[in-house]
Design a protein around this ligand. Structure first.
Ligand code: GTP
Ligand code: SPV
Ligand code: MN
Length: 602
C-alpha cells in the first residue's frame, strides 16, 4: 500500500505534514513482513550499523554498536509537556507545550534529508484486543524499525485494525542527522548533545529527537506504553505499569499470576523467567517489563503484556542466571553494545565464560582486558522475540489478559528493606509502592548507585502528576465489586557488612514466590508474623529446604530494623510534602500509622 491509498484521513494527513516538515528522500509504509525485516537488516549491514553474527552461533542475528554519547535513556532530556506544570507534577521535567513544539519544529525541520522516512503502524497488545492500543511511529532509523518488528506487532494487520477512523498515538522520531550530499552514512547517527524525548499527554502524541537508543527511540515502550498510557489509564480507569507478569504453578497444578514492579535493571526480566529451585514448582513468563491492567467482569484484575519482545539487559545474563533468556536470544535477535568474539558470537560481562582473545568491545575496538573497562557497555541490551522464550506462558497473547493475584514492589536497597513483607491492606500497599527507593543503574544516563525514591518503579515513566497517580491507585482499590490482589515488597539486594549480597537471588527467589502464592490463599496472618512494616514470613513458612543459608543471615534478611525505619520517617514526610495538595490524604494516614506501629513519638 502507498501513503496515498491510506483511507485513514488523519493518519494520511499527519504523514504528509511530517514528510513536508522533515524532508526525507523517500517514504516507506511498513507492512511488517519477514521480507521487510530482512531487507532492513541488509540495509543496516550496508551502513555498518549491523554486523551479522555467525550462523552457527546466533542464526539470523546482528551486532550493533551505538555512538558513545547514546547508550541509555536520558531522563534529564525527557519532558512531559502538559498544559500546566502542575499537571506534570514535581517528578517530571515540564516545558510549555507551545514553546516546546516551536523548538521541536525547528529541530525536525529538514531532519530527515537524505534518509528514508519509515511509517510503522504498531499495536501494543495483541492486534484488535480489548486492552490493546495502536501507535504509528514515523522514524528515519532503520535500526529502530527492525527493533520495533521484534518488540511490537507491526504492519498491515495493525492498519486493518485501525480502520478508517480508529485512534492512534502519533509517535515522531528522528535521529537528527540528515545525510547531506557527499556525506557518508554513519553506523549510529544521532544528535547526542541535543536530545529531546517529549510527550504531549493531552494531545497524546510523542516527539523524540536526537537518540536512536532503546526507550528513547522505540517509542511504543516507555514513551507510549508507560508515559502516554498512564495518562490514558487515569482517564479511563485502568493501570499502565512498569511491571513484569509471571504465572506460577504449584506442585498440585494450581496456577496464579503475579505482577512485579522493580526499577530499571533491578531484576524484572530475571524474575519473569525464573527457574524455581524448589521441586515441583513452575514459573512461566507473560511479560518482562510492562503490564496494562483493568478489572474483568468477574471483578479480578486482568493484565496483558503490551509488548512482543524483550529488550533485556545483557550483562549478568548467563546459562546459570537466566537460561530462558539465553534461549530467547539464541537466534533472530539484535545485540546492541555487547562485545563481539572473533568467531562471530556476542559476549558480555557475567555471561559465564572468559572473553575470547581478539574480541571487539562495545565500541568495535579490539578489547584489552588490562584496560580495566568492561567489554560490553553496562546497559548493553538484547532485542529478542518473546515467542522464542522456552517458558513463555500459554496465555501470554490472550487479548483479555491474565488474572493477577499478587503485586510485588522491589528495588535495589543495600539495607533497611527486608527480603519480603506483605501489606496489611490496599492503601498500605499503595503506600509501600509510593516509598520504593532504589539505587540508580546504568539503564539511565547519570550517576550509578545513588539511592533515590522510585515510586512504583515509575519515577521516569509516569506521564502526569505522581501525587495524582498515587490517588489513582487508591481509587482503583476502591472499585466496587473488585477482588483485589495482595501487595508485597521484596528486596533481593540487601548486603552484609562485607558488602556481599545476603540473599542468593535468581532461581532462589522462587522461595519467596512460594510464600507469596501461599499467602494469597491463606486466612488472616497464617504463615506470617506481624511487624511494624507489614507481614513477614513465619520462619517455618519460608521454604529454605536445600538452601545453604546460615540462620543468622536469614534472621538479618527478614529483620525489621526499627531504628533504621524511624530514621526513614522524616525523609518520607519531606518527600510526601513535595507533592503538596496532590498527595492523597490516605497516604499521609498510612505514614502516620507506620509511625505509630514503630512507636515513634510523632
Ligand atoms: P530493565 O529492562 O532495565 O527494566 O531491567 P530489569 O528490571 O528487567 O532487570 P534485569 O532482570 O535485566 O536485571 C538487571 C540486573 O540485575 C542484571 O545484571 C541481573 O543479573 C541482576 N539481578 C537480577 N535478579 C537478581 C537477583 O535476584 N539477585 C541479584 N543479586 N541480582 C539480580
Ligand atoms: C528500562 O530502562 O527500564 C528499560 C530499557 O526497560 S529502555 O527500553 O531503554 O527504557
Ligand atoms: Mn524497564
Amino acid at each position: 500500500m502507498t501513503i496515498g491509498e491510506l483511507r485513514h484521513v488523519a493518519l494520511r494527513t499527519w504523514i504528509e505534514e511530517t514528510a513536508s516538515l522533515c524532508g526525507p528522500a523517500d517514504i516507506r509504509l511498513c507492512d511488517g513482513s519477514q521480507a521487510e525485516y530482512d531487507e532492513l537488516c541488509s540495509r543496516l549491514i550496508v551502513t555498518g550499523t549491523f554486523r551479522p553474527l555467525s550462523r552457527d552461533k546466533k542464526p539470523h542475528s546482528f551486532y550493533a554498536c551505538s555512538d558513545p554519547g547514546d547508550v541509555a535513556r536520558v531522563e534529564d532530556r525527557t519532558f512531559i509537556c502538559s498544559k500546566t506544570r502542575e499537571a506534570a507534577g514535581p517528578t517530571n521535567n515540564w516545558a510549555d507545550p507551545d514553546e516546546m513544539k516551536r523548538i521541536l519544529r525547528g529541530l525536525f525541520s529538514g531532519a530527515m534529508r537524505g534518509r528514508t522516512m519509515y511509517v510503522v503502524p504498531y499495536s501494543m497488545g495483541p492486534v484488535g484486543g480489548p486492552l490493546s492500543k495502536i501507535g504509528v511511529e514515523i522514524t528515519d532509523s532503520a535500526y529502530v524499525v527492525a527493533n520495533m518488528h521484534i518488540m511490537t506487532r507491526v504492519g498491515n494487520p495493525v492498519l486493518e485494525a485501525l480502520g478508517d477512523v480508529g485512534d492512534f498515538v502519533p509517535c515522531l522520531h528522528s535521529v537528527g542527522k540528515p545525510v547531506l550530499p557527499g556525506q557518508p552514512n554513519i553506523p549510529w547517527p544521532c544528535d547526542a548533545d541535543r536530545k529531546y524525548i517529549v510527550h504531549f499527554p493531552e494531545e497524546r502524541s510523542i516527539w523524540s529527537y536526537g537518540s536512536g537508543y532503546g526507550g528513547n527511540a522505540l517509542l511504543g515502550k516507555k514513551c507510549f506504553a508507560l508515559r502516554i498510557a498512564t495518562s490514558m489509564a487515569r482517564d479511563q480507569g485502568w493501570l499502565a505499569e512498569h511491571m513484569l507478569i509471571l504465572g506460577i504453578t504449584n506442585p498440585e497444578g494450581r496456577k496464579k499470576y503475579v505482577a512485579a514492579a522493580f526499577p530499571s535493571a533491578c531484576g524484572k526480566t530475571n524474575l519473569a523467567m525464573l527457574i524455581p529451585t524448589i521441586p515441583g514448582w513452575k514459573v512461566e513468563t507473560v511479560g518482562d517489563d510492562i503490564a496494562w491492567m483493568r478489572f474483568g467482569k468477574d471483578g479480578r484484575l486482568y493484565a496483558i503484556n503490551p509488548e512482543a519482545g524483550f529488550f533485556g539487559v545483557a550483562p549478568g545474563t548467563s546459562q546459570s542466571s537466566n537460561p530462558n533468556a539465553m534461549a530467547s536470544l539464541a537466534r533472530d535477535s539484535i545485540f546492541t553494545n555487547c562485545a563481539l568474539t572473533p568467531d562471530g558470537d556476542v559476549w558480555w560481562e557475567g555471561i559465564g565464560t572468559p572473553i575470547p582473545p581478539g574480541s571487539l568491545d562495545w565500541q568495535g575496538a579490539i578489547y584489552d582486558p588490562a584496560s580495566g573497562k568492561p567489554a560490553a557497555h553496562p546497559n548493553a541490551r538484547f532485542t529478542a522475540p518473546a515467542m522464542a522464550c522456552p517458558c513463555i506462558d500459554p496465555e501470554w497473547e490472550n487479548p483479555e489478559g491474565v488474572p493477577i493475584s499478587a503485586i510485588l514492589f522491589g528495588g535495589r536497597r543495600a539495607g533497611v528493606v527486608p527480603l519480603v513483607h506483605e501489606a496489611y491492606s490496599w492503601p498500605h500497599g499503595v503506600f509501600m509502592g509510593s516509598i520504593v527507593a532504589s539505587e540508580t543503574t546504568a539503564a539511565a544516563a547519570g550517576a550509578l548507585g545513588r539511592l533515590r525514591r522510585d515510586p512504583f518503579a515509575m519515577l521516569p515513566f509516569c506521564g502526569y502528576n505522581m501525587g495524582d497517580y498515587f490517588g489513582h491507585w487508591l481509587d482503583v482499590g476502591a472499585t466496587p465489586g473488585a477482588i483485589l490482589p495482595k501487595f508485597f515488597y521484596v528486596n533481593w539486594f540487601r548486603k552484609g557488612k562485607d558488602g556481599k549480597f545476603l540473599w542468593p537471588g535468581y532461581g532462589e527467589n522462587s522461595r519467596i514466590l512460594k510464600w507469596v502464592f501461599e499467602r494469597c490463599d491463606a486466612r488472616g496472618d497464617e504463615g506470617a508474623v506481624e511487624t511494624p512494616l507489614g507481614l513477614v514470613p513465619a520462619r517455618e513458612s519460608l521454604d529454605v529446604s536445600g538452601l545453604t543459608i546460615d540462620a543468622p543471615v536469614l534472621d538479618e534478611l527478614l529483620s525489621v530494623d526499627r531504628d533504621a525505619w524511624l530514621a526513614e520517617l522524616p525523609g518520607i514526610g519531606e518527600y510526601y510534602n513535595s507533592f503538596g495538595e496532590h498527595l492523597p490524604a490516605g497516604l499521609r494516614a498510612e505514614l502516620d500509622k507506620l509511625g505509630e506501629r514503630l512507636g515513634s513519638k510523632g
